[in-house]
Design a protein. Structure first.
Length: 93
């Protein structure tokens, strides 16, 4: 696991991050630290969106204030999962 203890904002926009790349994100200890995550312009699909919704930390470990994920091929199913999990904290575009 990779440790960056002061990491609070992560902008991975337009970096060809795929659903598998999101899986790799969960192999780090970053998600509980993040307050802002930007993933726009990446080829993330409904699979990745649902993964974010299901695997993101919960309770006190969920410090996320803003998830920006515009300009992706995420469809209605993935957007529903993101809205259901993150509510107004998510911007899908």
């Amino acid at each position: 696991s990779y440790s960056l203890p002061a990491l609070a904002e992560l902008d991975l926009s337009n970096n060809f991050i795929t659903d598998r790349g999101l899986d790799n994100l969960f192999a780090t200890d970053w998600p509980p630290q993040l307050r802002r995550l930007s993933l726009g312009g990446n080829p993330i699909t409904d699979v990745g969106a649902i993964m974010l919704a299901e695997r993101w930390p919960t309770g006190d470990e969920d410090r996320l204030e803003s998830l920006s994920i515009p300009d992706t091929p995420i469809g209605a199913r993935g957007r529903r999962a993101l809205r259901g999990r993150f509510g107004d904290r998510v911007a899908t575009g």
